[in-house]
Design a protein around this ligand. Structure first.
Ligand code: ZN
Length: 92
């Protein structure tokens, strides 16, 4: 059950009270009958979501380590080399 903080606008009385989500907010000061204001504390609420975008910049760093090298494959055995066997003159 969440705890809400209230502060009176008339007598500056501040107090915390546990209320369910379905309960109505308090509007009347129990001390002086003035108007209560709900105080939203910054402790339980965190909007510090600015770090999400910094962690998502890894798509640019992945290109620094390519998994497939772009160097061409080494040529196979040179097929143009003259075969020594065919160069021998045929004995007639
Ligand atoms: Zn009050």
């Amino acid at each position: 059950m969440p705890t809400y903080s209230y502060r009176c606008t008339e007598c500056e009385t501040a107090f915390d009270i546990q209320q369910a989500f379905t309960e109505d907010s308090l509007t009347v000061c129990p001390t002086c009958g003035g108007v209560l204001r709900k105080v939203f504390s910054a402790v339980g609420v965190s909007f510090s979501g600015s770090g999400f975008y910094r962690n998502d910049s890894r798509s640019t760093t992945s290109s620094s380590s390519p998994s497939t090298p772009s160097t061409p494959a080494p040529a196979a055995a040179p097929a143009a080399a003259p075969a020594s066997t065919s160069a021998t003159p045929a004995a007639s």
